[in-house]
Design a protein around this ligand. Structure first.
Ligand SMILES: *Cc1c(COP(=O)(O)O)cnc(C)c1O
Length: 503
């Protein structure tokens, strides 16, 4: 039975002004507006009031309220978006920022961010230039396309293509390709938003060329092919390759030509949303290797779009390639302005694309490609170095540290079926435990370390770690064991620390 609220307890809650008189909060007045501190105090008092109302408090602890307000205020001083050490073995980890930029890309960003730039200035003509020009030539050089445009991300690119070429008309898509990618990108939703009429063909597992051919009609604007990205239908399944879509579009376009004459023809386009944007064939993955953008174009796509921060290994961006005539139409669409890239992204994208001019170098200099293609022997060496550093750093007998064979993943919807051989450091606990350690590594450090737990051990995958991470990870593990209460082998409660201090 619900207890009536304890009115005496509610009355003893401190006033906001009283909470703000706490010396820790007073000290913070030098660092942020009092209104921010008052909001934190109010939140702490509200939380306490709710705890009383739900019956989970039998007394009011004014100091605890002040402490809570204080940690809320301190959170304002700590960067929310910060570096993490990725020990998950997932290379394109969407939650951890997908691609890691090459050094050259980072330097390019820094240079344009610090000063003025040629963003929309043509130094040869001493006149206004176009921001599209910085990357278009390079994209064409590495994909074989005639023209290209880059926007904010691939979801934006898909939206823009559908709006420009299929709004109010039909786009034919296989039922096996009506996918959801990362929760907020769903093909049917983006088609509805762009006002393209979705014409579904085939079945979930099998779609044949004849299904498309039968669906083509006078209102058809495009045959849309969507890369299924993070899932595959295996077994009794079939999808239609680009060259067959090309054949169907060509025969429809020929028919339209002979009826209406070339001038008034609104042709059927073949458009592939390729997702991962592989620019060079990753032979190390054999049959799992994604088709490259150049291959999709060669097979007959009029337009191909892909992400900048998946297999391409650059910044967040969405790139559309195709014929000059079609890309010029996209450049004139108002969405191209709304979705345009900023100078920092353009700088990173340009620098990343330039590395691809030498594909051999791209495999080494672009971190995403390096991590994907690094021989497993080198990963094993790094895992062994890490295991050694950890063993030396932690107290004797605190844990067993060894190296185990593991499976890494490309992530980001790329190469979903492909197991990448990897090696991880396994920490099995004599003192403390895996859950406690995982939490400590992720929450108590300025640079969180994200690993995973398997069978009561913490696993740190070396494929996504660098040599430079080793000392930091070893020091963090030592800090975890130091934090354990020697009697109880569980973490002591930490005293409040100003963020940024220590570790
Ligand atoms: C990842 C992906 C998208 C979305 O791309 P973003 O760059 O994340 O916006 C769209 N389509 C496919 C097929 C994808 O794999």
């Amino acid at each position: 039975m619900a207890q009536p609220p304890n009115t005496d307890l509610l009355r003893s809650l401190p006033q906001i002004e009283e909470v703000l008189r706490d010396p820790q909060l007073k000290a913070l007045e030098a660092l942020m507006p009092r209104s921010v501190l008052a909001d934190c105090a109010r939140e702490a008092v509200d939380n306490e009031r709710n705890a009383i109302l739900t019956g989970s408090r039998s007394s009011v602890d004014a100091q605890a309220i002040a402490d809570e307000a204080c940690s809320c205020a301190l959170a304002n001083l700590r960067p929310s978006l910060r570096r993490v050490i990725n020990a998950t073995g997932v290379i394109l980890h969407t939650n951890l920022g997908r691609s890691v930029l090459a050094d050259e890309a980072v330097h390019a960003v820094e240079e344009v961010a610090r000063g003025y730039s040629t963003l929309e200035y043509d130094t040869a003509a001493l006149a206004r230039g176009s921001r599209h020009d910085h990357v278009e030539r390079l994209i064409c050089a590495v994909t074989g396309a005639e023209a290209a445009i880059a926007v904010n991300n691939n979801a934006a690119a898909v939206m823009m293509v559908l709006v420009e070429f299929a709004a109010g008309r039909e786009a034919i898509v296989s039922r096996g390709e009506l996918v959801e990618i990362g929760g907020s990108f769903r093909v049917p939703d983006i088609m509805a938003l762009s006002r393209a009429e979705m014409v579904e063909v085939g079945t979930t597992n099998k779609t044949h060329a004849a299904d498309y051919a039968r669906a083509v009609g006078p209102d058809t604007a495009m045959l849309l092919k969507v890369h299924p990205s993070n899932y595959r239908i295996v077994g009794f399944s079939e999808s239609v390759p680009v060259h067959e879509l090309r054949r169907i579009a060509d025969s429809e376009n020929a028919a339209r030509h002979s009826e209406a004459g070339p001038a008034s023809v609104n042709e059927v386009l073949v458009y592939e949303d390729q997702g991962s944007g592989s620019l060079i064939r990753l032979d190390c993955f054999g049959s799992y290797a994604e088709p490259t953008v150049a291959e999709s174009l060669k097979a007959g796509c009029d337009l191909v779009s892909f992400s900048g921060d998946k297999l391409l290994g650059g910044p967040q961006a969405g790139i559309v390639v195709g014929s000059r005539r079609l890309i010029e139409r996209l450049k004139k669409n108002p969405l191209a302005r709304a979705l345009r890239l900023d100078k920092m992204t353009l700088a990173a994208l340009e620098a990343t694309l330039r590395i691809y001019l030498d594909p051999e170098r791209a495999l080494r200099a672009i971190p995403t490609l390096r991590m994907l293609s690094e021989p497993s022997g080198a990963v094993q060496d790094r895992a062994e170095n890490l295991a050694r550093a950890i063993t030396e750093a932690i107290p004797q007998g605190a844990a067993t540290v060894d190296v185990v064979a593991e499976t890494a993943r490309a992530g980001g919807g790329s190469l979903p079926l492909c197991d990448i051989d990897s090696f991880a450091v396994r920490i099995s606990f004599e003192r403390g435990n895996a859950q406690g350690c995982e939490t400590f590594l992720a929450t108590s450090r300025r640079v969180p370390i994200i690993g995973r737990i398997k069978k009561d051990a913490v696993l740190l995958d070396a494929r996504t770690l660098t040599h430079a991470d080793i000392a930091e990870v070893a020091a963090a593990l030592r800090a975890y064991f130091d934090s354990l209460d020697p009697d109880e082998s569980s973490p002591q409660t930490h005293s409040m620390r100003i963020p940024g201090e220590g570790r």
